[in-house]
Design a protein around this ligand. Sequence first.
Ligand code: ZN
Ligand code: ZN
Length: 376
Amino acid sequence: MAKDYYSILGVDKTASADQIKSAYRKLAKQYHPDLHPNDPVSAEKFKECNEAYSVLGDEDNRRKYDNGEYDMQNGGGYGNPFGGGFSASGFDDIFDIFSSFMGGGGRSSSRHAENVGSDVNYNLDLTFMEAARGCKKTLKFTRKDACPDCKGTGAKDASSVQTCPHCKGTGQVKYVQNTLFGQSVRIGTCEKCNGTGKVVTNPCKTCNGKGVISKAMNLSVEIPAGLQDGSVVPISGQGNATQNGRNGNLNLIIRVRPSKVFVREGNNLRVVVPVSFATAVLGGEVEIPSLNGVFVHKLPENTQNGDTLRFRGKGIRGVQGYAGDLFVTINVEVPKSISRAQRKAMAEFEREDSIKNYPKRKAYMDEVAELYKDDK
Ligand SMILES: [Zn+2]
Ligand SMILES: [Zn+2]
């Protein structure tokens, strides 16, 4: 069941590569997780348009997809086998997107000047407890790594690297253009050597001169406690390598499955604990869940429905280092059915009962009587 990548990007089947790219940039900018922390919908959209662009943004993949031959599992060989589905293609674009946020240029161009590879994005799904307590994870993904045979140079050996004859090693060339107003001269990057000043005469066979190879990674990481859904954690140097350069980052896009027991509010936790009518009246031990397991707490006599207990420091120890509190709300549950003996005991109980033990009921009855005091 192939997804409709064209409609995900909101473009026509006949869209040009430029139209696809610009549609993708617009959406990626719109849904980038850094702009929408804690928004699973945006995170999902972001993932979806990355996936769509990894296929449609690549001429080869797009052709296969159009012919129904595209295999998502092995998409172009970059596919993340663990549900992530992020592809390595297009991540330079993410930097452009970032730099356009940051007021232009800076990050993108400096990264290129430093010759750092593109980032790899990785969707990391955590259970509520994993996120709240921190955990160890083994990340499986594929990245571009420096070729071990040529050490990332792309050359068979040292003598295969020569000074670029086109620019004489400067990396720059003059472009002369004839215009209506005469000649204009522009200095630009040498296209023969991409500005490096060096050319490879005899490329490395292992990587076909690219300097990088695909590498399957098994990376163990320590996930700190307290990460929120939608947060992005960059791990430096674990992304894609580039020829003669360094590895970019591995960006963990954190997704946290909600808990059916705990509700998180910042670093505080909330939990509702149902207790029996008898326990509420007589007092007694209740089991309360916490991040370190269940603990027993003694409820006092005559605990009211809705009473909230606060346990300081039993919340989440957030990434900022301080721990929140655990708030426990007592929910008195009336039995769905009772035995004959219980019924008898309850009738006895009711006979012994007095309105003076019920300040809320007493106040309520007085207020209601007040409503109708002038009626005849
Ligand atoms: Zn090589
Ligand atoms: Zn050159």
